[in-house]
Write a protein that binds this ligand. Sequence first.
Ligand code: AMP
Length: 208
Amino acid sequence: MKLVMFGPPGAGKGTQAKMLVEHYKIPQISTGDLFRENLSRQTSLGLKAKAYMDKGELVPDDVTIAMIKERIAQPDCKKGFILDGFPRTLPQAKELDKLMKIDKVVNVTSKDETIIKRLSSRWLCRKCGAIFGIDIPPKKKGICDKCGGELYQRDDDKPEAVKNRLKVYYENTHPLIEYYEKKKLLFTVDGEQPIDVVFEKIKMAIEK
Ligand code: AMP
């Protein structure tokens, strides 16, 4: 099963991707996570991506596509995977089409005001990547419920970067909705519903 999780930043696609990983036992491939991992290891790829990420801009297509190609070629992707945050531009989508046939594109939607509220209250676990926020607050402030790791806030979740990320989403990524609609691959779900309701709807659409 090859899925694409699509939607604006903060709509909940990462949270849903993590739930799908547990359910279907296939890996989540988040380009944002891959860039952040590279940055924490200070690789040349990470350093190249940093300037764009800090401003909420997209990393250039050639860099992003090369990174995803390498990741998808790993043995754990043989049974399928969930792409989270890729593709984000038309050239990326076309490149993905050249590589393989996607089974479904799940478009998780949300209002801009909800997104800004969610991202400014989002906390991530440094150790396991779990996501906390308004909808799922951690039981203990600053500590991950799942592994006890330290929780942190992303620099690009600050209001100015979030506003730019939304603008970039509408300009570059939103047009892909029409691209996948034409291919009859798109399933749209309202990401403002309770997390479990969104998850059930996604599962039903995948298994239909
Ligand atoms: P995310 O964690 O998905 O919100 O991504 C964080 C940042 O990584 C984005 O704001 C971009 O700077 C960069 N990024 C992630 N995925 C892509 C992509 N598919 N194309 C270009 N840049 C990306």
